[in-house]
Design a protein around this ligand. Structure first.
Ligand code: SF4
Ligand code: SF4
Length: 163
């Protein structure tokens, strides 16, 4: 996680003159391992509707899913994998939260060469040659969009967190 605001200069330094390309291979790596998955209230409501849950079932799901809260977000602390990963697929893909919809275009993935190396190692869809090549300006635009959207629910927080 990073609290640093992303800039095109920083992205360009991280990419070292290369373009970035991405196309998801569906490997499921980004849903595995310990990590935090952030849900807004409205994203939880969308899950309830998508899964067609009664109030009682939704309350049970929330008890299993949510381990913490921060201003603007409910937090799922995944252990070995996110609760919604089933057979290497997201069971709630059409209503997955912003965090998942915007991966790998997160500030933390592009704010240092070392984080970018980790991204390339862990996400086979990154720099695979399968996706369209994006220059630093286009990558920055997408990452800044993520940044603004992720910060919005935290607008009243003293110390917002970032992806
Ligand atoms: S790690 Fe990358 S390629 Fe694998 S599922 Fe996640 S986004 Fe797709
Ligand atoms: S909600 Fe879906 S896409 Fe997001 S971490 Fe969980 S399984 Fe992966």
């Amino acid at each position: 996680m990073s609290r640093m605001r992303i800039t095109e200069d920083r992205v360009a330094r991280t990419l070292e003159g290369q373009s970035f390309d991405f196309k998801c291979t569906g490997c499921g790596n980004c849903c595995k391992g310990p990590g935090d998955v952030y849900f807004t209230e409205s994203e939880l409501k969308a899950l309830k509707e998508y899964l067609n849950l009664s109030a009682w079932s939704f309350s049970r799901l929330k008890k299993k899913l949510i381990q913490d809260t921060i201003p603007g977000y409910y937090v799922h602390r995944s252990g070995d994998a996110c609760l919604f990963l089933e057979d290497n697929r997201c069971a709630v893909y059409p209503v997955r939260p912003l965090q998942c919809r915007t991966f790998p275009f997160w500030p933390s993935n592009f704010n240092s060469k070392s984080n970018f190396r980790h991204l390339k190692k862990d996400c086979p869809g990154s720099m695979s040659g399968l996706g369209a090549a994006l220059d630093a300006a286009r990558v920055t635009a997408r990452v800044q969009k993520t940044e603004a959207a992720f910060l919005q629910p935290q607008k009243d927080a003293d110390d917002p967190i970032m992806l």
